[in-house]
Design a protein around this ligand. Structure first.
Ligand SMILES: Cc1ncc(COP(=O)(O)O)c(C=O)c1O
Length: 365
């Protein structure tokens, strides 16, 4: 049970609390949307970052054509919240998931991606039995080495097979350049991004030349959205982190988005002059992209001190930091940190407005 009142400040709220500065998040949403407003490339933001329907609705209101999800569970949450069109960017494999994908397509449009003919056939068979044709993208590996068939002839061979499947409708390609998102140098990121995207758009041209109608060519994250959004032949982009940002993306040059997400902690022990122990550890902040940063205290560094504890080490004795004080952290990776929390404290001008449930938190299937 969370005790809260509108107007509370970080000094009053219960901790550890995942705090969203909503005016900043709204500025980020608007900034990304404005970059592509009226242009040929459309925005289908990835909601795996925030997992929160209210933020997805703000993205839709700013001009997004739908959202991208990583998991069926996320798509189920978004569809129940009224988002009409979803790109499910991860391969759907196994009878349980195929059944859920087909069920969702009865209520809304969930575009699926495939990189394997047998897996695609299983979806097609189930969709055909339900009297549906599911819009499908062939997933291309443009260099990340994760999912996707190789560009060029292997993609064409799979497209030919998919086109013969009665429960699928081949509508395009996806190729996500995830390995390039955090390249610090903007020039190097652009150079590698354009080379990766050429593989994708050349493959789209190859398929069109073979008679396929390729309406969707989807790619792009926060780090590459600018380049992907200008690359001829790309029709839509799927960035996620830009809404809230994190300290890892904070090291990437030239993005133009502001930090909107914080973890507010309380000092629960201060028995040494240059160390404070706070109430947030591994269960409140992820570490896959390094330690969170300490906000607003120069020379302070955060280290994990256990599941529920963090150690903030100062560069000098600090008698001004006392038990009960609040210390704010900047998450190192927004996606994995948000997934640790059930709620976010939504604040504007330092005052609590609402607490939102992170509806798709934990939706890993
Ligand atoms: C397939 C896919 N598309 C888009 C994104 C969004 O990337 P970002 O959060 O870096 O904007 C991700 C993130 O991992 C992804 O896996």
């Amino acid at each position: 049970m969370i005790e809260w009142q509108r107007g509370q400040t970080v000094d009053d709220i219960d901790t550890p609390a995942l705090v969203l500065d909503i005016p900043t998040a709204e500025r980020n949403i608007r900034r990304m949307a404005d970059r592509f407003a009226g242009g040929p490339v459309r925005l289908r933001p990835h909601i795996k970052t925030h997992k929160t329907p209210l933020l997805a609705h703000k993205q839709m209101a700013a001009g997004a054509i739908g959202v991208t999800c990583a998991k069926l569970g996320e798509a189920e949450v978004m569809i129940r919240a009224g988002i009409p069109e979803i790109l499910l960017a991860t391969e759907v494999v196994g009878p349980a998931k195929v059944a859920r994908l087909v069920a969702l397509n009865r209520h809304a449009m969930v575009i699926t991606v495939v990189d394997d003919a047998d897996a695609a056939r299983a979806i097609s068979d189930a969709a055909k039995s339900a009297g549906l044709r599911i819009p499908t993208l062939v997933d291309i590996d443009v260099g990340q080495g994760r999912t996707g068939v190789s560009p060029g002839e292997p993609a064409l061979a799979l497209a030919r097979q998919v086109a013969e499947m009665p429960g699928l409708s081949l509508v395009g390609l996806q190729g996500y350049e995830g390995h390039l998102q955090h390249l610090t140098s903007a020039a190097e990121r652009e150079r590698q991004c354009r080379a990766a995207l050429k593989k994708l758009t050349d493959t789209a041209d190859l398929l069109r030349g073979a008679g396929f109608s390729i309406e969707i060519v989807s790619t792009g994250g926060t780090g590459t959205s600018q380049f992907a959004g200008e690359h001829p032949g790309i029709t839509e982009i799927q960035p996620g982190s830009y809404v809230v940002m994190d300290s890892h993306y904070g090291t990437v040059e030239g993005l133009g988005f502001e930090q909107a997400l914080f973890i507010v902690t309380t000092v629960i022990s201060k028995t040494r002059p240059d160390v404070a122990i706070v109430d947030a550890g591994m269960k409140a902040a992820s570490i896959d992209s390094g330690m969170p940063l300490v906000r607003g205290i120069e020379g302070a560094e955060f280290f994990f001190a256990g599941d529920e504890y963090g150690r903030v080490v100062f560069d000098r004795p600090r008698s001004d930091v006392r038990v009960g004080d609040r210390i704010t952290l900047v998450p190192s990776h927004c996606d994995t940190t948000i997934n640790l929390h059930d709620h976010m404290w939504v604040m504007a001008d330092g005052k609590l407005e609402e607490i939102w449930r992170i509806e798709a938190r934990g939706e890993i299937r």
